[in-house]
Design a protein around this ligand. Structure first.
Ligand SMILES: [Zn+2]
Ligand SMILES: [Zn+2]
Length: 345
């Protein structure tokens, strides 16, 4: 046990940096020196007070992390001290109907580490060893902080069964939309992102992804024109907006697939007539399975996912309040990382 610094969310857009004791790993646990932890859309929801009922007002959040193993419990054999790792922050019960069917990632009693338990915005983090994935040491730890959201994207693309030559429309160009677009491109898709923020459109173009701006053109008409009247084979709804939901059914091809990625704050209105006329398939997608992490590590390590371009800021743990304020107000910000400790290797 040593004294460490931790950033606690304390309600109403505030964090308090507190000194606490690190937690020695139990028999099946691992203590990690946290290197970097990205700010997720979910963390922003916490910051804005939308999730106080779930997490309370004294919680260390953060889960998009990378780090180096500092200590392991006596039963741990999958990692060793000094290994570079990321955490798949899901702790399933192993006993519910979903778990018994092999769907541990959508366990009915799922604990999400960094929301339901303390997370990674601290110098050291102790977690169950089954959550860890090892990284190649050639992969910079700051880029590795993008593996968790990339795994979300890999899961979404797998659910959408994107194949080489598919026309793909991604509605919403935030960090997850951008990663879905890049993962779909790697799967061989011809990808277009629909987004109204011009900074994000410029970044998509820099990443070699097609763009359209629905505040300037009729988005559905543009998709149909660009695909000779066919529409998109796969559509990802990542915007969480009603216009996005209207576009997904209007722009999808016959027998096309729609993947619902965004969490909508209210029940959206979905045009079910289009499901009948076009024999559309709709697929839900939530978090990730272990193989999505393996795929994400491969894509980030190879540079096929351009982590460097997506990271628009890195701030220290003591600046976490400013980092959240900036990310929620600055339209040019994409992904901000918090440097949680000085660990490098
Ligand atoms: Zn996340
Ligand atoms: Zn379960």
């Amino acid at each position: 046990m040593t004294d460490i610094q931790a950033a606690y969310y304390t309600g109403n857009k505030t964090f308090s940096i507190e000194t606490k004791s690190s937690i020695d790993p139990g028999d099946d646990e691992v203590e990690i020196n946290v290197a970097f932890c990205g700010i997720c859309g979910t963390d922003l929801h916490v910051y804005l007070g939308h999730m106080d009922a779930r997490i309370g007002d004294h919680r260390v959040i953060g889960h998009e992390m990378s780090g180096v193993v500092n200590a392991v419990g006596k039963n741990v054999s999958n990692v060793a001290v000094g290994d570079h790792v990321v955490v798949r922050p899901l702790d399933a019960c192993g006993q519910c109907a979903a778990c018994e069917r092999g769907h541990q990632h959508i366990c009915q009693n799922l604990d999400f580490l960094g929301l339901d338990t303390d997370g990674a915005f601290q110098e050291k983090w102790t977690v169950p060893s089954h959550t860890l994935h090892k990284l190649p040491t050639s992969l910079p730890l700051e880029h590795a902080a993008l593996i968790e959201p990339t795994a979300v994207a890999c899961h979404d693309v797998k659910r959408g069964r994107v194949q080489s030559g598919d026309d793909v429309l991604v509605i919403g160009g935030g960090p997850i939309g951008m990663l879905v677009a890049m993962a779909a491109k790697q799967a061989g898709g011809n990808v277009t992102v629909s987004e109204i923020n011009t900074h994000r459109l410029a970044m998509a173009e820099k990443l070699g992804i097609g763009t359209l701006n629905p505040s300037e053109v009729d988005a559905a008409k543009t998709v149909l024109e660009n695909t000779n009247g066919k529409g998109a084979d796969v559509v990802f709804e990542v915007s969480g907006t009603q216009p996005g939901v209207d576009l997904m059914t209007a722009a999808v091809a016959t027998r096309g697939r729609i993947v619902m990625v965004a969490i909508h704050a209210t029940k959206p209105e979905v045009d079910l007539f289009q499901f009948f006329w076009k024999e559309i398939e709709m697929l839900g997608a939530r978090v990730y399975e272990p193989e999505d992490y393996d795929e994400a590590i491969k894509l980030v390590a190879s540079g096929d996912i351009d982590a460097k371009t997506l990271i628009t800021g890195i701030q220290s743990l003591s600046e976490i309040g400013d980092a959240f304020a900036e990310l929620s107000s600055n339209p040019t910000a994409m992904k901000t990382l918090i440097k949680c400790s000085d660990v490098t290797a």
